[in-house]
Design a protein around this ligand. Structure first.
Ligand code: ADP
Ligand code: MG
Length: 325
């Protein structure tokens, strides 16, 4: 494109909240054939709300654990069958106290959901004596001298904590599109907490318009397979185009794999974790206020936090270059 065309395209973009970092980017965008969305914060609001607290009952005579009944309102604490001999650790209030205290050291949206949810339920989390964030897995903390783990099964597996007892609860919550997090205290699984995110209002239309345009739409997420599929399903992204349980440092490789057959991918993400993937993609797009790290790694910034602006970027690139070439 001529410098004049580039200037016009760039300025039309800016007016529409689509910031191209340069003329070469403007030219590349029209050749994109695949759009890879990060899930959390990109297709979804990224604001999680605590929805369920399931304390596992370790006192059943057969040694197995039972899951409590969901309260009719569906949003409250789920109470395990009460048992006189249950230790305080088994109560949902203590479960939530331990989980929220451990998460008070983290800034992850899931952590915020747990801390806020606990506070709303009248529980005051304390500052951990020791805290460790395990990227893509969860948190490890010491609370009142107890070792607390909150996170996905991989986090507990790494610590040698069996997770079978939570399988049913986890399956149920995840098939509802919620993110289930396991909670262990001193090496023992004590319960499951769940948080849910909502998809952005425009996300479904954005996906269908990209499909109409002939683009392949994919989703990458660190979230588990079942939750990812429930969300993808809601958005009309086919299951075979979903890659779940991708660790932060694997996202760039996942983009490389997608592009290995010659696909030209626009990776759209919002977080620090997404920066290497944005850099690996044919075009990297940071969405929304995002993080500075994501914006720095990006070729395009979609200022309005709207997934539909991906198509806008493609249209601007296409129209500008076609008209003025
Ligand atoms: P995403 O790619 O969807 O933004 P992350 O890579 O940040 O997700 O996290 C992947 C998974 O790791 C989460 O779905 C959750 O199961 C677990 N996880 C990460 N951080 C936390 C945390 N602070 N507390 C509990 N679980 C966590
Ligand atoms: Mg994200």
């Amino acid at each position: 494109a001529t410098p004049a065309a580039t200037m016009i395209g760039t300025s039309i973009g800016a007016t529409n909240g689509v910031l191209f970092t340069g003329g070469d980017v403007l030219e590349r965008v029209r050749d994109v054939d695949t759009v890879v969305f990060d899930k959390t914060g990109t297709l979804t609001e990224g604001e999680m709300t605590l929805t369920d607290v399931v304390a596992l009952d370790h006192t059943a005579a057969d040694g197995g654990e039972r899951e409590g009944e969901t309260r009719a309102d569906g949003a409250g604490v789920v109470t395990a069958e009460s048992d006189e001999s249950a230790t305080s650790t088994d109560s949902e209030a203590d479960l939530l106290y331990a989980a929220a205290s451990a998460e008070s050291g983290s800034e992850h949206p899931l952590a915020t959901a747990i801390v806020d949810g606990a506070t709303e339920r009248g529980i005051d989390p304390v500052t951990p004596e020791r805290f460790e964030n395990v990227a893509g897995k969860g948190v490890r903390a010491t609370i009142d001298g107890r070792e607390i783990l909150v996170g996905n099964p991989a986090l507990l597996d790494d610590a040698g904590v069996p997770t079978d007892a939570a399988a049913d609860a986890r399956e149920r919550l995840e098939s509802e599109g919620k993110t289930a997090m396991l909670v262990a205290v001193d090496g023992r699984l004590v319960g499951v907490v769940a948080a849910a995110d909502t998809v952005k209002p425009s996300a479904k239309d954005a996906v269908s318009r990209l499909h109409e345009r002939g683009l392949t739409v994919r989703m990458l997420t660190g979230d588990n397979e079942r939750t990812a599929r429930a969300v993808a399903d809601e958005l009309g992204i086919p299951a075979e185009h979903v890659r779940a349980e991708v660790l932060p440092d694997e996202k760039a490789d996942a983009v490389d794999a997608i592009q290995s057959d010659g696909a030209r991918a626009m990776m759209v993400g919002d977080g620090v974790n997404d920066a290497p993937a944005l850099a690996a993609a044919y075009v990297g797009a940071a969405i929304g206020s995002g993080t500075d790290v994501a914006i720095e790694a990006a070729d395009v910034t979609l200022m309005r936090d709207d997934p539909d602006d991906v198509l806008k970027a493609v249209n601007i690139s296409d129209a500008t270059l076609r008209k003025i070439k």
